[in-house]
Design a binder for this molecule. Structure first.
Ligand code: GDP
Ligand code: MG
Length: 177
């Protein structure tokens, strides 16, 4: 938790991790601006976006970091992870390969981030029911085995998007009160 001395606000860094095209940038676009890009080609990534949240009467800022496509080259640097208190580890329920990659991303996250980073396994694109390759039970089992939270989301229809980002933020209630 970084405390901003001027305003006494609280700032939390959240990072988005996962294979290319799983929907990381659109999850952020939905969360921060309530927008969705049907044909984004991994180019809409910004360095980070800050979203203000009200927790128990205190202003909390979630600073969400997105990649600019460097995950394609497995070139996400340690600076990206540094200081993060929450990580969303995202896969696409319609592509097995992106679920298979989770172990590798988890490894990378554990190597570069603080040990106690709250990690949420995010099964995105839950709206693609007919194209589903990864059953919910598989995601849940992996999350349980690795001690992660689990959430199925859709950036397209908004389901669970805010809940996924706020999993940690809800938990800081005690810290702030
Ligand atoms: P990133 O590379 O992980 O940042 O993925 P993007 O956010 O750029 O999304 C890749 C593609 O998947 C885009 O065409 C998005 O419109 C699409 N997409 C992202 N989230 C969803 C979702 O929840 N449902 C569906 N159907 N498509 C999505
Ligand atoms: Mg992106």
């Amino acid at each position: 938790v970084l405390e901003d001395e001027k305003t006494e606000d609280y700032l939390f860094k959240i990072v988005l991790v996962g294979d290319s095209a799983v929907g990381k940038s659109n999850l952020l676009a939905r969360f921060a601006r309530n927008e969705f890009y049907p044909n984004s080609k991994s180019t809409i990534g910004v360095e980070f976006q800050t979203q203000k949240l009200d927790i128990n009467g205190k202003e909390v800022k979630a600073q969400v970091w997105d990649t600019a496509g460097q995950e394609r080259f497995r070139a996400v640097t340690s600076a990206y992870y540094r200081g993060a208190v929450e990580a969303l580890l995202v896969y696409d329920i319609s592509r097995w390969q992106t679920f298979d990659s989770i172990g590798r991303w988890l490894n990378e996250l554990q190597t570069h981030s603080d040990m106690n980073v709250v990690t949420i396994l995010v099964a995105n694109k839950s709206d693609l029911k007919d194209a589903r390759e990864v059953p919910t039970s598989e995601g849940k089992a992996l999350a349980e085995a690795q001690g992660l939270f689990f959430m199925e989301t859709s950036a397209l229809d908004s389901s669970n998007v805010a809940a996924a980002f706020q999993t940690f933020v809800k938990g800081i209630y005690d810290i702030l009160s």
